[in-house]
Ligand binder design. Sequence first.
Ligand SMILES: Nc1ncnc2c1ncn2[C@@H]1O[C@H](COP(=O)(O)OP(=O)(O)O)[C@@H](O)[C@H]1O
Ligand SMILES: [Mg+2]
Length: 267
Amino acid sequence: MKRSGISKTNWGNGVSDLHVRNVTQRFSSALGEVHAVDDVSFSVAQGKFVGLVGPSGCGKSSLLLMMAGLLTPTEGKILLGNEEIVAPRPQEIGVVFQESSLLPWKTALENVEFPLKLRGVPQAERQARAIGMLELVGLKDFVHRFPHELSGGMKQRVSIARGFCQDSDLLLMDEPFAALDEQTRMTLGDELLAIWEKHKKTAVFVTHSLTEAVYLCDEVIIMGVRPGRILKRLEIDLPRPRTYTMMATERFGQLRNEIWELIRMGH
Ligand SMILES: Nc1ncnc2c1ncn2[C@@H]1O[C@H](COP(=O)(O)OP(=O)(O)O)[C@@H](O)[C@H]1O
Ligand SMILES: [Mg+2]
């Protein structure tokens, strides 16, 4: 399989540490107020891969939207390095959401290229990178197709290619593999790890799959039922690189069970 040809590195200087500080989110609507996230604080050191798990409706997506600068916290703030995130920053913050969010008037290739274009990456380089990434997600023969010509899973893979290609300091992923079949999911999980291990950017990954959380992450943050609060931060002390055989180990099972117990008890 092809790997991406990304070369930019800025490791170890903490410029993309992520800080979530006392963040609360309340939504008001005609039906009343929803207290979605309650006073959540945590930091993710640059280069770490952190998972966010918890029951449906506990505020995971809201937190990610706030980290992406797409939703303003009701209280508290979020910083990337020393700078507060107050608006989308496509140069530094890449996003892959559960629902693919492609521009319908652009082809798969143009969609993947777009954030690189915004950053002024020369055309030949950004095309090569985008095509490489589309090959990686199994869409070699679909690079010139428009979103309406692609299936739901294919559109999602274009979004993933776009996110992976971006080489952003912070990559936010909200259940990116949820709509994909098990085999594609495992393959893309491995590719994600390969890309991340090469560039060591900061990653925040929301998932419903506890196996996926343990397999991918350095640390899993477990959230409880609404209003979303952190129940526990669990370090995943499995060596890297991660391998399939680790899934059958006792330690892997213990970690997954510990997360499940916390979610099941909900407090
Ligand atoms: N824009 C919104 N307006 C009103 N309520 C919302 C909005 N977005 C999310 N919510 C509510 O906030 C809570 C948390 O939602 P969400 O962050 O999507 O949770 P999760 O991703 O963990 O399933 C839910 O009760 C949801 O209905
Ligand atoms: Mg969600």
